[in-house]
Design a protein around this ligand. Structure first.
Ligand code: BES
Ligand code: MG
Ligand code: ZN
Length: 492
C-alpha cells in the first residue's frame, strides 16, 4: 500500500474512508473542526448527537457513515497525552487497520496526536502500524484475498519529518516481513539451501556473505553443529553476513538459531504441534531481517551476523542420545537429548563468531526452549546476559518499540544441572525445571568471557496463536524492530 503525507488532504474520492485519531485532550474539538471541514459549515444534527458521547480517553473506535457524501468516518480514541508513546501510536495504527481492513478504499488519516506529544511523527507511526498489521501470507492459497486498502494519505503539519521517519519505518518493516515470511514458509520450501539464498540476497545491499559448508565446518571442528544435521538429507551451513560502513562504532555480532525443521531427532517430538517446528529458524531469520533493515537504511554500523542453518531429522546416521561430540571450542558435549539441538548449533556458531570476528558485544536470538513459553507466555521474550549494562540498553530499546524483554537469572548455581558424567557438559538439565536458564548457561560456555553477551529466547514470541496489536496470528517478526532501535541508539 502506498503511504503519502500532506499538509492538506483532498477528500474527493468517493471511495475514501476517513479516519480521525483524537487524543483525550482537545479531541472533541479537533474532531468537530475536521467534520466541519468535511461537511462545509454545519454538522448534521444526528452526527452532532453522536459526537457528544464519545470518549477519547480509551482506545476505542466509533464509526459514522456520513449521509449525502456517503463517506465513512471512523473516529478513534487515542488516549491521554501523557500515556501516548511512539510504540503506542504504532499499535493504534494496527487497531485502525482492524477497523478499516474490509473497506476497499483510499484511507485518509487525520490525527491531533502530533499536537499533544513531544514527537512530530505520529502520522508515520500510525501508517507503520497499519502496514505491519496488514501483512498476510497467501502464497499457497490458489484463491487469494487481495489487499483492499490501496493507499493511505496522512494529514500532518510536519510533512518532511513524517516522510523521513516513514522511510526508516518502511525499511524496518520490510525486515520484519522478511522474518515473518521465512518463518511461515514450510520446511519443504525454507530448506537450508533456501536460507542460504535468503542470506545471499543481502549482497545487493552491500553485505558480505560467507557460506561454510560441511567440509569447511569439519576442518574447523564444528562437530556440535554438524552432529545435529547428521540425520538429515539436507546440507548444514554456517553463514556469516558482514555489514560495515566507514566511521562505524564498535563491532556487534548477532547470532541466530536456524533450524529449518526440528523433528526432535531420535528423541522425536509428539505429532501434536510438531508442524510449528518449521519456525525453528526464526532466530536466524531475525539476524537476516535486522541486517536487511540496517543496510537498507544505510545506518553507520559494524555488524556481523552468524547463523547456523541445519535440519534436525531422523535416519540411520542421526545423532543418538548418549553420543559425545567435540565442539569447535574443544569442549566435549554429551548429547542427552537430541531435541535440545539448538544449543548445540549455537555452541559452534557462537564460538565461530568469537574466533573469527572477536566482537565485544554479542547477541543471540533463538527459539531455544519450550520452557520459556511456560514462564512468560507469548508476551515477553526471555533475556539472559552477563552484562547488566547491555540488559538495560536492550530493555530500553524493547520498551521503545513495544517488544517486551524479561531478564532471567543466569546464575552459576544452576551449573551443576548441566554437568555430565562422561563429558565436559551435557545438553539437558538433570533435574526438571528452569529449562530456559540451563539452556542459556549452556550457551555461556561458548561465549568469550570478556565480551558482553545477551541471549534472547524467542521460542514463544516468534509466533502467536492469536492476533496481536501489530500482527495477525502466526509469525510476529519479533526482534527486528528491537535490534534496529538498539543498533541505531547505541552502535550507529
Ligand atoms: N525448538 C525447540 C524449542 C521450542 C519449543 C520452540 C516450542 C518453539 C516452541 C527446542 O529445540 C527444543 O526442542 N527444546 C527442548 C529442550 C529439552 C529437550 C531440554 C524443549 O524445550 O522441550
Ligand atoms: Mg529441539
Ligand atoms: Zn529446536
Amino acid at each position: 500500500m502506498e503511504v503519502v503525507f500532506g499538509e492538506s488532504l483532498s477528500l474527493e474520492s468517493s471511495k475514501s474512508v476517513i479516519v480521525i485519531a483524537a487524543t483525550a485532550e482537545n479531541g472533541a474539538k479537533f474532531v468537530e473542526d475536521k467534520l466541519k471541514e468535511l461537511f462545509g459549515t454545519t454538522i448534521p444534527d444526528d452526527i452532532k448527537d453522536f459526537l457528544k458521547d464519545l470518549d477519547y480517553k480509551k482506545i476505542e473506535s466509533f464509526s459514522i457513515v456520513a449521509k449525502g457524501s456517503m463517506k465513512e468516518i471512523i473516529i478513534v480514541g487515542a488516549g491521554k497525552k501523557e500515556s501516548i508513546t511512539r510504540a503506542g501510536v504504532e499499535k493504534l495504527g494496527g487497531y485502525i487497520f482492524d477497523n478499516i481492513k474490509s473497506k476497499e478504499a483510499d484511507i485518509s488519516v487525520f490525527n491531533n496526536i502530533e499536537n499533544n506529544v513531544k514527537f512530530k511523527t505520529a502520522a508515520a507511526y500510525l501508517a507503520s502500524g497499519i502496514s505491519l498489521k496488514s501483512w498476510t501470507f497467501e502464497k499457497y492459497k490458489t484463491k487469494k484475498n487481495p489487499q483492499k486498502i490501496k493507499s493511505i494519505k496522512c494529514q500532518t503539519q510536519y510533512v518532511k519529518e513524517n516522510e523521513e521517519e516513514y522511510k526508516a519505518l518502511k525499511a524496518i518493516n520490510e525486515g520484519v516481513f522478511l522474518v515473518r515470511e521465512m518463518a511461515t514458509e514450510p520446511s519443504n520450501f525454507m530448506t537450508p539451501d533456501q536460507m542460504r539464498e535468503e542470506a545471499k540476497a543481502l549482497k545487493q545491499l552491500g553485505v558480505k556473505v560467507t557460506v561454510l559448508d560441511k567440509k569447511d565446518m569439519e576442518k574447523l571442528g564444528m562437530n556440535a553443529l554438524l552432529g545435529v544435521g547428521n540425520g538429515s538429507d539436507k546440507p548444514s551451513y554456517l553463514i556469516a553476513m558482514e555489514y560495515k560502513t566507514d566511521n562505524a562504532k564498535e563491532k556487534i555480532a548477532l547470532v541466530g538459531k536456524g533450524l529449518t525443521f526440528d523433528s526432535g531427532g531420535i528423541c522425536l517430538k509428539p505429532a501434536h504441534r510438531m508442524s510449528e517446528m518449521k519456525e525453528d529458524m526464526t532466530g536466524a531469520a531475525v539476524v537476516i531481517g535486522t541486517i536487511k533493515a540496517i543496510a537498507t537504511q544505510k545506518l553507520k554500523a559494524n555488524i556481523v551476523g552468524v547463523i547456523g542453518v541445519v535440519e534436525n531429522m531422523i535416519s540411520g546416521s542421526a545423532q543418538k542420545p548418549g553420543d559425545v561430540v567435540v565442539s569447535m571450542s574443544k569442549k566435549t558435549i554429551e548429547i542427552d537429548n537430541t531435541d535440545a539441538e539448538g544449543r548445540l548449533v549455537l555452541a559452534d556458531a557462537l564460538w565461530y563468531a568469537k574466533e573469527k570476528y572477536e566482537p565485544k558485544v554479542i547477541i543471540d536470538f533463538a527459539t531455544l526452549t519450550g520452557a520459556i513459553e511456560i514462564a512468560l507466555g507469548h508476551e515477553f521474550a526471555g533475556l539472559f546476559s552477563n552484562s547488566d549494562e547491555l540488559c538495560e540498553k536492550l530493555i530500553k530499546s524493547a520498551d521503545f518499540v513495544g517488544e517486551k524483554l524479561w531478564k532471567f537469572p543466569l546464575h552459576p548455581s544452576y551449573e551443576d544441572d548441566i554437568k555430565s558424567d562422561i563429558a565436559d557438559i551435557r545438553n539437558t538439565e538433570r533435574v526438571r525445571g528452569a529449562g530456559s536458564i540451563t539452556a542459556a548457561l549452556f550457551l555461556k560456555h561458548f561465549v568469550d568471557k570478556n565480551a558482553k553477551w545477551a541471549h534472547i529466547d524467542i521460542a514463544a514470541v516468534a509466533s502467536d496463536p492469536r492476533n496481536r496489536a501489530l500482527s495477525q496470528k502466526g509469525a510476529t517478526g519479533f526482534g527486528v524492530r528491537l535490534m534496529n532501535d538498539f543498533i541505531k541508539k547505541y552502535y550507529n
